[in-house]
Design a protein around this ligand. Structure first.
Ligand SMILES: [Zn+2]
Length: 469
């Protein structure tokens, strides 16, 4: 079975042959397919656009585990826990705490929320989830290497990568240096030799997170963003590895800069063999933005939809295509899952569907894989037990149908969940109002309960209630 993946760097679909499998020095039992995916910056709830790479690369992770065995796949997804956005958020949320404590609160809460959200979307935890703040020494070691290689320089307590030191800088983005200077919002700073040069290390102001600086710089400082991923992928996967993934918005400058750093630090021809990027996400045909009011966090969506439905809605579009996120798409996904859960409730997972596997082996063609599931569903609906068993196994391979059928049917949106204690409290308040002949208040409470979907029935024995939706 050959897995073909599209590589953004070479603009072609190729068969994946993992590096360890080509290396006779590595014993078969020690071989690993190695994949790195850029993870979240933990300062706020992840939005639905952030969920896309997490789900897309989870499908790839599951497929690699199936093809090579779980113990032969290393999937590293980092946590960016040092960033100016985090500092700003921490100062705003906890103005009374020292900044370092406030930052720890923000990053640990956001990280826990992220883990909760992506688990609800059916994603497996990666093999390793390194935090940037735990790899500052690795970053400094890389910076020292880059200085020694003449690819970086020190200026005004900053260390900068000198882009001109790398002749084929811009290969991933397919842009020349001149085009990049013209097109990018490049920060022109007095300490830069060239406008495209980027920060590897910068000085910290008083109170900001700070570490002893590399390169003999006296002022304590902190790393730039790009050096993080070069350091963490190196530490956990080695100088070169098989797959590097992320959203298409990371191609330039983040991934371009990761390549520059890693290749120049280790004098290697490539950093990752495959560069994989998921496409943009729009909401109801428009760019998602807070100002347009169409901005959804995963946390919010999970209040109204089960995680399986969000995941399935996401997989209906091929990962490289732009995705139009719509409520209609979610409703349709929920509808399919209602049928799949009910048809597979009584069966054990059976044989994996060959058409589904074939589709996934072709650069993760999930729309085609789902078409195979729809066919199995029609056979299962006609009473075929093997089709139902295969539907279950195949959907689970995609990270769907992970719960019991009862759990699925019992699921309610948070807006429809009834908090029994507050219903009882309101009924008691209404009874008291009626006793006091305050019928206006009693009617108001009845209306409030009705708005919550609670219907009251009065009798001589008292008031009973039932949920109407
Ligand atoms: Zn990264």
């Amino acid at each position: 079975m050959e897995l073909k993946l599209y590589d953004t760097l070479t603009r072609e679909k190729r068969t994946l042959v993992p590096l360890d499998w080509e290396n006779p020095a590595i014993r078969p039992e020690a071989r690993r397919v190695r994949m790195y995916v850029c993870g979240p910056t933990v300062y706020d709830y992840a939005h639905i656009g952030n969920a896309r790479p997490v789900i897309a690369f989870d499908v790839l992770f599951r497929l690699l585990r199936l093809l090579y065995g779980p113990e032969h796949v290393a999937y590293v997804r980092n946590i960016t826990d040092v960033d100016d956005k985090i500092n700003a958020r921490a100062a705003q949320e906890y103005p009374d705490l020292p900044l370092n404590q406030a930052i720890r609160k923000v990053t640990s809460q956001t990280e826990a929320e992220f883990h909760h959200d992506v688990a609800a979307l059916g994603c497996l935890p990666p093999t390793v989830e390194p935090r940037a703040t735990e790899h500052v020494d690795d970053m400094k070691a890389l910076i020292e290497r880059l200085l020694a290689a003449g690819c970086a320089y020190v200026a005004q307590d900053h260390v900068l990568f000198h882009v001109a030191a790398m002749p084929d800088y811009g290969r991933l983005a397919k842009r020349s240096l001149d085009e990049m200077v013209a097109g990018a919002r490049v920060e022109v700073a007095p300490y830069k030799r060239d406008p495209m040069d980027f920060v590897l290390w910068k000085p910290s102001k008083a109170g900001e997170p700070a570490w002893p600086s590399p390169a003999g710089i006296a002022t304590p400082g902190r790393p730039g963003w790009h050096i993080e991923c070069s350091a963490m992928s190196w530490r956990h996967l080695g100088e070169t590895f098989d797959i590097h993934g992320g959203g298409i918005d990371l191609v330039f400058p983040h991934h371009e800069n990761e390549i520059a750093q890693s290749r120049c630090a280790f004098h290697i021809p490539f950093m990752a063999r495959f560069w994989m990027h998921n496409g943009f996400l729009q909401v109801e045909g428009e760019k998602m933005s807070k100002s347009l009011g169409n901005f959804f966090t995963i946390h919010e969506l999970l209040q109204d939809w089960p995680g399986d439905a969000i995941r399935l809605a996401m997989l209906q579009t091929h990962y490289r295509q732009p995705l139009n996120w719509t409520e209609a798409g979610l409703r349709e996904a929920k509808h399919h899952l209602d049928a799949w859960y009910s048809l597979t409730a009584e069966v054990e997972p059976g044989l994996m569907c060959a058409d589904l596997l074939q589709a996934l082996l072709d650069d993760l063609n999930t729309p085609k894989a789902l078409a195979a599931l729809h066919e199995l569903r029609s056979e299962a609906a006609k009473g075929s037990k093997p089709a139902a068993a295969s539907l279950k196994a195949s959907a689970q391979m995609l990270g769907l149908l992970q719960r019991s059928a009862t759990e699925w049917t019992d699921w309610r949106p948070a807006s429809l969940a009834i908090d029994e204690a507050s219903v009882i409290r309101l009924i008691e308040a209404r009874t008291a109002a009626r006793k006091a002949k305050d019928f206006a208040e009693a009617d108001r409470i009845r209306a409030e309960l009705s708005g919550m979907g609670v219907e009251l029935k009065d009798s001589k024995d008292g008031t009973t209630w039932r949920v109407t939706r």
